[in-house]
Design a protein around this ligand. Structure first.
Ligand code: HEC
Length: 141
């Protein structure tokens, strides 16, 4: 075997090892990248065995009028802050109730004078605001 040929073989071997190392490094890096950008959650197709047990159903649907009132309206409507009609004070509510429930709800949704839109409860659905108005009215007649 000539020295020249042996050198070539060695060189080829070294190249092959380097290439293999480079590709391992690349896959490690790729995996690292994939891990870093993978979505937080994964879709689970019902009936597939690799799915985790279903999470207990979270109560859905609107919060009650009382809950919404207690969370979002009580700050002003309990004390009459800024001229808000006080809950359970019929005299405060009679002229407002006379406008009809639809008007009250629409004012509660879009705001009127000192009454901010949705009473600032931006995560309240329209339905929840309506329930809160009904709750306030039912306690103030
Ligand atoms: C920052 C204080 C504040 C908060 C919070 C607030 N309100 Fe009011 N609200 C007012 C004031 C002040 C008025 C009186 C406005 C006026 O007629 O000048 C009012 C009036 C109302 C009225 C009567 C509207 C009319 O047409 O006469 C309704 C109904 C009402 N609020 C519902 C709600 C509901 C429901 C919430 C909670 C989701 C809420 N408010 C939260 C201050 C507030």
């Amino acid at each position: 075997m000539s020295i020249k040929r042996e050198l070539w073989i060695t060189a080829a071997g070294v190249m092959a090892v380097m290439a293999a190392m480079a590709s391992i490094a690349a896959t490690d890096l790729e995996q690292e990248l994939i891990d870093r950008i993978k979505p937080v959650g994964e879709v689970c197709i019902q009936g597939k065995s690799d799915c985790a047990a279903p999470v207990a159903a979270v109560a859905s649907g609107p919060r009650s009028g009382e809950q919404v009132y207690g969370a979002a309206c009580v700050a002003c409507h309990d004390s009459g802050l800024a001229g808000a009609p006080k809950i359970a004070v019929a005299a405060d509510w009679a002229p407002r109730i006379a406008q009809g429930e639809e008007t009250l709800v629409s004012h509660a949704l879009s705001g009127i004078r000192g009454m901010p839109p949705k009473g600032t409860c931006m995560n309240c659905s329209d339905e929840e605001i309506k329930l809160a108005v009904e709750y306030m009215v039912s306690r103030s007649q």
